[in-house]
Design a protein around this ligand. Sequence first.
Ligand SMILES: Nc1ncnc2c1ncn2[C@@H]1O[C@H](COP(=O)(O)OP(=O)(O)OP(=O)(O)O)[C@@H](O)[C@H]1O
Length: 467
Amino acid sequence: MTNNDNELEFIKEQLNAILESSYDGIYITDGEGRFLNINNRLLEMTGYKKEDVIGTHAQDLAKTGIINKSIVEMVIEKKERITINQTLKGKTIKEIMVTATPILDEKGKIKYIVANVRDMTDLIYLENECKKIQSLSEQYYLELMKERGYSGKVIAESEEMRKIMQLAYRVAQVDSNVLLEGESGTGKEVIARFIHEMSPRNKAPFISINCAGIPESLLDAELFGYEEGAFTGARKRGKMGLIELADGGTLFLDELNSLPIGLQGKLLRVIETFEIRRLGSEKSKKINFRLIASTNKNLKELVDKGLFRKDLYFRVNTVPIILPPLRERKKDIIPLATHYLQYFNKKYNSRKDLSINTFKYLEAYNWPGNVRELKNVIERLVVMTENDVITEKDLPNELINSLNNDKFQIILRDIVPLKELIDEAETKLIKLAMEHCHSTREAAKALKISQTSIVRKYKKIREKLGS
Ligand SMILES: Nc1ncnc2c1ncn2[C@@H]1O[C@H](COP(=O)(O)OP(=O)(O)OP(=O)(O)O)[C@@H](O)[C@H]1O
């Protein structure tokens, strides 16, 4: 044996060791999809014998029904790494995840395809078990909420809202300050009330103060209260401030971002010392409350611009809870619409229903006013619609237009050369088609252009992106 032969033998031995020690099934084909090698793990999964497989085409496996689509065919077509999930009907039925990678020669032609086949059956079983346990724990959690007297008015179907509810429930058990951030109408006050009702303070008052709703000149007196004769027009015997009213309970400062900077320092002192002093009084009084604040602007940005005190921001922001806008949690739209349909039917003693098509429009709309807007639309529909079934014809114009225009959304922030815009749109569209379709043929059909055209354009895009 020459030195070269020895080296070759050594490399072969190592390659075999890698193939056979892998937990995953592995196979290698040539550029046309003919099996060159397959490890024992994969033979075990499929029930095939090595000698029956080597030399045959991987593409033919789909025809035998053992798998439903050939990843090798897809890789040959797209010339890029592809991962798919599929069912393998071998010795037993298995859920598998296959990743196939093309190895190119110096001319860019596929020389080999290396595929990795992972048996996902155990993982999927574990995932399902986890889901069962999670749903059980959610059930217990809801029962607990009912037992604690919560009437379940918060609709939370989307994953995002469920997580928020769980966090809100957890934070309700401790006294930390909470900052609720989100656009107007996303349900910040709803969550604040939920936290209060789930907390040990639920027998004491929940005092909600809208910092933007009270004129600046009155806010001081409203928050801190005043003594008799504190200012002209002050009531006889003085007045208790809203903070004092929250004693033992929860103080909710809505739209804290609108609190005048002059009052921010005073509020900070109250939060730090839990002491308030009425206007015109010499004496301080200890108040015991939990603080929840909300903001519909980015408070951090206001701090950076010098419009909000940094020290107050850090004080109130112990536990931040961010409520996503409704357009980012579309799964909540139909449950919310159904909930408010029932609610207003009861209120107005009616029996209105929404047609299936109407739901589609509600789901497609992007709800700039969030849940508040949805609630108002449903109320209007219940009150204004004559027939018992509300159809899309009864919807306000902006909702109708949204579905008709929402196939694609173009946001232009600047005037750009037309060609640049068209190129950008074309790139995005082709990338989307290639991600969703299994072959260039399918993509060409979807885009109503020729297959050669899409292959050429996609090649250009990839070259431009350097991938
Ligand atoms: N998850 C929800 N389930 C049921 N109703 C909701 C939900 N979220 C919000 N709502 C309803 O939407 C309306 C607006 O909610 P809320 O007042 O809590 O919003 P907000 O974020 O505090 O608004 P703003 O910033 O304008 O004060 C309320 O009538 C509330 O009952």
